[in-house]
Design a protein around this ligand. Structure first.
Ligand code: AMP
Ligand code: ZN
Length: 117
């Protein structure tokens, strides 16, 4: 069923507590934790507990949770003292997506390149 945990999914295992993560925020429907290979002084991933392969599919199926993901990304930035930050949703292997459980990267704390890539 859509949204159900997948046994072969790394982020589902983090949600289940089977793989450790440095959790910075948690709600009933979302989890925010530090990226294991940070690309900036702040690099946090915000994910839904529910399994959807990417952010667009999450938004199509569960728009409220998609909205909460964005709100939580903003709260993470606030907690980290960032007034400038970047949100990234890699979608598809060709765009660099490596974990196929919806997530948004919250990046900040250094000057971010002005372009998109
Ligand atoms: P993406 O490339 O957009 O799919 O992002 C996946 C992110 O997950 C990458 O930035 C990885 O560094 C990160 N990552 C992979 N394994 C872990 C883990 N066990 N804990 C935290 N972050 C992870
Ligand atoms: Zn998953």
């Amino acid at each position: 069923m859509a949204g159900e945990p997948q046994s072969d999914c790394l982020f589902c295992k983090i949600v289940a507590g089977e793989i450790p993560a440095t959790v910075v925020r948690k709600t009933e429907r979302t989890l925010a934790f530090r990226d294991i290979h940070p690309q900036a002084p702040t690099h946090v991933l915000v994910i839904p507990h529910a399994h959807y392969p990417n952010a667009a599919e999450l938004a199509a199926a569960e728009p409220e949770i998609a909205g909460e993901l964005l709100a939580e990304a903003g709260e993470v930035a606030k907690d980290e003292g960032l007034d400038s930050y970047r949100l990234i949703f890699n979608t598809g292997a060709g765009a660099g997506q490596t974990v196929f459980h919806a997530h948004v990267h919250v990046l900040g704390g250094r000057t971010l390149h002005e372009g998109l890539v």
